[in-house]
Design a protein around this ligand. Sequence first.
Ligand code: GLV
Ligand code: MN
Ligand code: MN
Length: 456
Amino acid sequence: MARIGQADAERPVGKGARMVHGPAEDRGVGDRRMAGGAAADAVAAVSEGRLWDRLMAMARIGGFTTEEGHEGVNRPCLTPLDREARRLLIGWAQAAGASVSVDPAANLFLRWEGADPSLAPVLTGSHMDTQPQGGRFDGIYGVLAGLEAIEAMAASGVRPQRPVEVVAWTNEEGGRFAPGCTGSMSFAGFKPMSAFDDLVDAEGVRYADALAAQLAEEADLPRRPLGYVPHAYVEAHIEQGPRLEAEGQDIGVVTGIQGSRWFTVTVEGRTDHAGTTPLSLRKDAVQDALRAIAALNALMHDPTDVLRFTVGSIAVEPGTSNSVARRVVFTIDFRHPDEAVLRPRGDAIAGVVQAALKACTARVHERFTAWPADFGPTVPEAVARAAASQGLKAIRLPSGAFHDAQFLVPVCPTGMIFIPCRGGVSHHPSEYAEPRACANGARVLTEAVLELAGGP
Ligand code: GLV
Ligand code: MN
Ligand code: MN
């Protein structure tokens, strides 16, 4: 597979951009352009103040303030906080005239009916869960931008041909139940829902039980079956990288998403007395885990600095100062935009770990795989046209973070809209996007969704 977004990365879009037409099977997805009139009315009805107030209201659910004064959010999926945020969203959506339903994976849908309800909807949205030390924008921005598109259609009386649905995907972050994207993977048929049943959180709660509890708490909401083929999917998100801000751009037209592979490595040794056991007799799991990580750093060496390799969690048992470690479990998050790198180096991890061990044994388990996704032309072109028609500065760029959109790529034409965030920071309480940037993204989303939905 070609490396995503590489050729496009430096190509500016917006005023004067060259139009690229999609393959035959893609034609017709966005063939009714929304140049002015009703689309312009809907775009004008997007409210920066309402969107900002809603972002801040959501940020209070699970909100905390750090010693440095940053206002972060810790809102794990399938918890009472998650449900409180969903109820708030549902209230706003119903007041705007949307209908609400939930699928068996607890993905939440807000539907703005189209002129022809029998047509496949245009789907937009993102996620509402956060990292434990998360911010106020990652995920929730895309859901509220989608709701803002519905508000704008309602306020301007716009009824597109196709229904527009806003989705809040379950467990994108994987912060409570790893891996993430379980809601979108289930929806897209990437894995059966049951594949996630036995994931456990830090307290030992099973995913299946947390999901059942959520569905029971939301028993009053209409149910819908799992999955369908949307006409198109477009997700708005903060960039989570520094480019848009550094280059003074308003909008990122996302070309695709780099691939990710997550592994868990369990190093098994033997616990012993730290004061009495000679080093030569030990099976010290910490020492062998360090050898393994050093060898993995060599495997992942990349002079071009494109590859991403992270050991983000190390758990030691029994974890006392005066015991030799019996077991170490560490995680690997390995990403690359090129499958020709991601596949062989990821496949080499198990062998490299085994070869590095001196006294212990190890198991390597791959628990999440998302190959690089290329969005193709259809949705990115609709996004680029919307940005251009609104006079916004836009560039094409690939995503380094994974997103639910990655799993929609095999299902329907897919794309994303990025807005700048301060310093490119995310997964941190200081994560911040300007109110104007949030509104710009919602306006581009509204116009792109309307084009894809066939206009009024
Ligand atoms: C998503 O949050 C990621 O880790 O890329
Ligand atoms: Mn996100
Ligand atoms: Mn995230």
